[in-house]
Design a protein around this ligand. Structure first.
Ligand SMILES: [Zn+2]
Length: 127
């Protein structure tokens, strides 16, 4: 069995690539867990989702937009998590770019009617 620490393994594999893959895998797991833990504790709720999901700006920066978690819980189908112009959402910008190239189609966004339905201030609820 080849192990990472043998000279033979290091000569036949690009160890820097493996280290980078390890760092990226570790990073992606941690930020995923961060979204699903921190964004249910800290932040603000804009939408009435009936749960503890929150929008958290610093998690959103670390996760390329996934930290707008209350938005995500309110509109699970939405390709855009940062629904306000000031809510930085790098994943959304990439999706828009791919859409402009014709590589992404049928991109879904919340409708104004659905936003009204999920709004805390709505007096005309019809859940
Ligand atoms: Zn959640």
């Amino acid at each position: 069995m080849k192990t990472f620490y043998t000279k033979e393994f290091q000569e036949t594999n690009n160890v820097d690539d493996l280290k980078n893959q390890g760092v990226m895998t570790t990073w992606s797991y941690h930020v995923t867990f961060l979204v699903n833990s921190a964004c249910h504790v800290w932040g603000t709720q804009k939408w009435d989702t009936g749960d503890l999901s929150k929008n958290n700006w610093w998690v959103a920066l670390l996760t390329f937009g996934e930290g707008w978690h209350n938005n995500h819980h309110a509109f699970e189908y939405s390709a855009r998590h940062g629904l306000e112009l000031w809510q930085i959402d790098l994943c959304w910008y990439i999706i828009r770019f791919l859409e402009a190239l014709g590589l992404a189609t049928n991109v879904k966004l919340p409708t104004e009617a659905h936003k009204l339905k999920k709004s805390f201030s709505s007096h005309n609820k019809f859940k």
